[in-house]
Each structure stands twice: as C-alpha cells, then as structure tokens.
Design a protein around this ligand. Structure first.
Ligand SMILES: C[S@@+](CC[C@H](N)C(=O)[O-])C[C@H]1O[C@@H](n2cnc3c(N)ncnc32)[C@H](O)[C@@H]1O
Length: 233
C-alpha cells in the first residue's frame, strides 16, 4: 500500500509478533504492518468510534481482517501487560503521548515504543528519560517542508540530556544527521529575519522579551549547527 514518508518511516521500526497501534484513526499503520509481515497480529485502538469503522473497512479491503482487532478506549487502557511487543503512538502532540505513557507506565516499560510527537518534542524527550526509557534511535523525516520526529524507545537508563540534546535529539546530534542540519539552517535563517524585523519595529516590553527569546533560539541553533558541521574524529 502506498504510504506517506512519515508512515513509511514508522512502519520500518515495527518488527514483532503482536503490534498495538494507539490512536490508530485510519488504520494504515497496523494494516500495512500485517501486509508486510512486520507483525503477525495487530491491535488497533482509538477513543473515537469512527476509527473502528475505518480500521475494519481497510483491514477487510486488504484481506487482513482475521489478524486485526479493534479496541475502543483511552491510551494504553485497552491493552494488557506484555500483550504487544511494539506499541506505536504517533500523530499526536508530545504532551498527549507523555500522558498516555505515564498513565500505564508499567505496561509501557514492557514494550518497545515507537513514538512520533507532532510538537513539544523536547518535553517528551525529557519526560521519557525520567520515566525510565532510553531513546535508542531517532529519525527525522520531511513531508514537503514539514519535519516529523520518530523516537524508538526501550526501558533503559539514559544519561542526563544536555539542553541541545533535549531540543534537537541526542541520537540525531550524535550521528550528525544531515536532515537535522538542513532543518536548523532553515530555522536559523527564518529566526535571523524575524530578529531584524523585531528590532526594527518593537520597542515595548513585549517586543524586548520576544527579541530575547529569538536571540536565545539563534544561539541554540548556531551551537547545534557548529556541532553538526564539525568533521568526526
Ligand atoms: C491525528 S490521528 C493520528 C493517526 C495515526 N496514529 C497517524 O499517526 O497517522 C490521532 C488519533 O488519536 C486518537 N486519540 C486521541 N487521543 C487519544 C487517546 N487518549 N487514546 C486513544 N486514541 C486517542 C484520535 O481519536 C485520532 O484518531
């Protein structure tokens, strides 16, 4: 089945007997995982009633209905301990993903998590470390100009993150990820233009605060770009 780059990238991280896809919506992830033999059985969950119809319709059309189960419910509540070796939670905000994991932490710690937060990535990175997960792998994929982060996490100790690692991803920085460099160069150019405009227009307290924030983003972006541009060794 033809998938977006984001979904394709998520799919590549699935390899297990039983997959759970939390907030499955359209069902593309579990159905494709079954079709490609990335799992033998899939549990799709969602709080929304319309998702059940979507998932079962797609599974029927693709001939995998006998290996998929839909369970309606909030977060990880529809799962039992150890049932799924891989749990996917993607296409939601970082704070929602954080609360879904935190609310059933014992269960989450038993599985490999594939997470894709649409925003608040730094908060989720920090919180995962505090909850006892290490981000073993991080991927950055673009659909047009829009970046998507994908974290692959397992229960393990993670040493404390630096500010830059929380902001931009330890694994991406370690591997000097070229996509991250491209993203940061684009962000830096935008922030420099914004700073010029703010300095030219605003003289009140609010503008001064905003100028401070943009200057600090620029310093962080420049720090990460310096690191990413430095040759290894
Ligand atoms: C934008 S869709 C993402 C679909 C798919 N996971 C993806 O990455 O393309 C978000 C889905 O999460 C579901 N959702 C939101 N909060 C949820 C929760 N607490 N538990 C389960 N599903 C939830 C929504 O109903 C919606 O179908």
């Amino acid at each position: 089945m033809a998938l977006s780059k984001r979904l394709e990238c998520i799919l590549q991280e699935i390899s297990c007997v039983t997959l759970a896809d939390i907030g499955s919506d359209h069902g593309l992830i579990p159905v494709s995982a079954l079709e490609e033999g990335r799992c033998q059985k899939a549990i799709a969950t969602d709080i929304s009633a319309s998702s059940e119809k979507n998932v079962l319709q797609l599974a029927g059309a693709r001939g995998v209905l006998d290996r998929i189960e839909f369970r309606r419910g909030d977060g990880l509540a529809p799962l039992s301990l150890g049932e799924a070796q891989v749990i996917v939670i993607t296409g939601m905000g970082g704070l929602l993903i954080e609360s879904i994991v935190k609310n059933h932490l014992d269960l989450a710690l038993k599985s490999r998590l594939v997470l894709s937060p649409q925003r608040d990535q730094p908060i989720l990175r920090k919180s995962l470390g505090e909850m006892g997960f290490a981000i073993k792998k991080e991927r950055l994929v673009f659909e047009g100009e829009k970046p998507y982060n994908i974290f692959v996490c397992e229960a393990d100790k993670e040493k404390e993150y630096t500010e830059l690692e929380l902001l931009f991803g330890r694994r991406l920085l370690e591997e000097k990820n070229p996509e991250l460099l491209r993203l940061l160069e684009t962000k830096l150019n935008k922030d420099k233009l914004l700073l010029q405009r703010l300095k030219a227009s605003g003289k009140d307290d609010r503008s001064r605060n905003r100028i401070g924030e943009v200057e600090s983003s620029i310093a962080q972006e420049e720090g990460a770009i310096r690191w990413l541009s430095k040759p290894n060794g």
